[in-house]
Design a protein around this ligand. Sequence first.
Ligand code: G1P
Ligand code: ZN
Length: 544
Amino acid sequence: MNIRTISTKPFTDQKPGTSGLRKAVTVFQEPHYLENFVQSIFDSLEGYEGKTLVLGGDGRYYNRQAIQIILKMAAANGFGRVLVGRGGIMSTPAASCVIRKNQAFGGIILSASHNPGGPEGDFGIKYNVTNGGPAPEKVTEAIYARSQVIDAYKILEAPDLDLDDLGKFQLGSLAVEVIDSVEPYMQLMESLFDFDRIGELLSSAKFGMCMDSLHAVTGPYAHAILEQRLGAPAGTVLNGLPLEDFGGGHPDPNLVYAHDLVEILYGEKAPDFGAASDGDGDRNMILGRKFFVTPSDSLAVLTANAHLVPGYRQGLAGVARSMPTSGAVDRVAAKAGIDCYETPTGWKFFGNLLDAGKATLCGEESFGTGSNHVREKDGLWAILFWLNILAVRGESVEQILQSHWQSYGRNFYSRHDYEEVDAAPAKELMERLRKEAPDLKGKQFGNYQVEYSDDFSYTDPIDGSVSQKQGLRVGFSDGSRIVFRLSGTGTKGATLRVYLESYESDASKHNQDTQAALAPLIAIADEIAQIRTSTGREKPTVIT
Ligand code: G1P
Ligand code: ZN
């Protein structure tokens, strides 16, 4: 077998965003596009020769082709072994688990997460480091820098491998093992949660659950764990067959895109518990009967109830949340006397805190929750955590939230997204806010007075690295807050995200409608940022 060196030219747009490089499938299909990026990853690593790489993806369109290319490039570049998911499939948290368990050098995950798939959809690629987590910024910056000067890549000339059955192959000097990632992932879950009690709950006639895998990667994991291992009735997992285009849907577990599940949980004879996960299995949405749990509240509830779960019974070192996530978990941490860290958006910022043992649970408002068991957020983990709490407490999801708010007060929270707006005016809006931020302090908007206003900057407490321009924050004297950010994962135009939060300690007001409770802040956000004028949009595309 021949190693070929192919000449190439840089693509100017290979800068990784919040979570790897994400582009339209058609962009990745351009000759050399994927190869350039993969070679840029390898060129920015040191000492991987002879070592193990983990490889898999969420099964979206182009996954199969990309896996074959990457295997041949890994062989040509001198990796010793690749552990590849059967059929090229591996969820993001399972990949993190496999990297850690096998002490692999790193991993490549092919996914555009919650973005739609198919020939007209999106594709993505991200590199994870030895701890199993997303490459930190210094690595992604090195990859980008390399991609801007690359002039050649190496690839082995070889026929494609059959990855649909477990087995071992030799590709030049590279050993390729097709593995079942469900098994190690299930073992890890079993080491954390009380499977006996969850099993009792799931097989009880009194309890009903519905899990929507949205035709994405969690299907096989959810079938194996919830139905086969824990005894939930067949049919508990909906849309459990991964499809290249996710059945034409948008594999994003929120109230808008997981509407089938929402209809079931808000319908007649609704089950007690509903959950969904995204394209690559790292997100989760939690629903009770006719009840939605915001991801920020979910993180707070998991933190407050962690002592009920075997894997966390010994206590939490601390918690961490992304800056736009609500302060609900801060209140739980304060009461428990543990540290709470505020990081920029993106899971990569939790890695150092988890590695250093400073945080045990982490979460983001964008339907992401996880812990130190892997270095990615983990959809099924969050669902099992909830099931463990429900099994022990014997209360409904709604009862658990109501009593949580009684103890800690309620952080009303919502995110308004303006998707695919023109990039130039969106950038201008952020620039304008950045300039005006310092002058907002002390300003009065109706009953709200601005207490602080800044562009969030983060200094990593472990390695001292600084990340600037992470979102415009406007905080008010009553604890309310508005945050403005541009998405770093969108692939078309720009997506403006407006995060709104207000705190209510009075229990008699806890059952208001969220949008109504936030109405004054929504109006202030428009006044401050001139959203409608700048974007030409009367209302957000997605409200979560
Ligand atoms: C979004 C979410 C962020 C999450 C990321 C990857 O990024 O907001 O919390 O970590 O997807 O799932 P954004 O598009 O806002 O940059
Ligand atoms: Zn995802």
